[in-house]
Design a protein around this ligand. Structure first.
Ligand code: URA
Ligand code: SF4
Length: 188
């Protein structure tokens, strides 16, 4: 699928391809540097994201911002999006058919940005992007190379809010990402 950014965003805004359209206030296509070499993929919009139309702006998002800053980067230098662009009810994980319906948008975003590194935040992103046979607890911190893109699975920031002990592990993973990004010339 070869599309332009304006048509992609417009398609998401009008999208009714899955049941998640019914409960959304605003769809959340994603935001950031359209030439980023580093992309983050989360699960789906939560309440704050649904109300603002922006990804990762609630509590988990504030933690993600801190982690990005600790990597020596800013939010504006990377691209941030989710597996599904509309909020699942009660913040449940997206169902397989919802993730599948939304996947063409994510694929188009990756195709337009052509990032070198993609951080997969949590089980939903890992499963939807690399396949549901993958396990976040076993595979976080390990690079997966596919079609010229290096994927780094790690825990979702919301999981760190529930369990502080995971923070250290995520930081180990993000240092690998930072080092690889710097070794190959920086964020954009
Ligand atoms: N959690 C996600 O997975 N994505 C967001 O955009 C916000 C919270
Ligand atoms: Fe369309 Fe994705 Fe929203 Fe479903 S979640 S309605 S596929 S934009």
């Amino acid at each position: 699928m070869l599309v332009s950014w304006p048509s992609l965003v417009q398609e998401v805004e009008n999208c009714r391809k899955c049941r998640l359209c019914e409960g959304r206030t605003l769809p959340v296509p994603g935001e950031g540097n359209l030439h980023a070499r580093l992309m983050f993929i989360g699960e789906g919009p939560g309440r704050d994201e649904d109300l603002t139309g922006r990804p990762f702006v609630g509590r988990a998002g504030q933690l993600l911002d801190k982690m990005i800053a600790a990597m020596g980067l800013s939010r504006e230098e990377v691209y941030i999006t989710n597996v599904v662009k509309c909020r699942p009810p009660q913040n449940r994980a997206p169902e397989a058919d919802e993730a599948a319906a939304c996947m063409p948008y994510l694929r188009a975003q990756v195709g337009l940005i052509r990032p070198q590194i993609i951080v997969l935040l949590g089980a939903s992103a890992l499963g939807a992007v690399l396949g549901h046979e993958h396990r976040i607890t076993k595979e976080r911190g390990l690079w997966v190379e596919r079609k010229g893109v290096a994927f780094m699975p790690t825990f979702h920031p919301a999981a760190l809010l529930r369990d502080e002990s995971k923070k250290r592990l995520v930081w180990e993973d993000l240092k690998k990402v930072r080092d690889r990004l710097l070794a190959s010339g920086g964020p954009s």
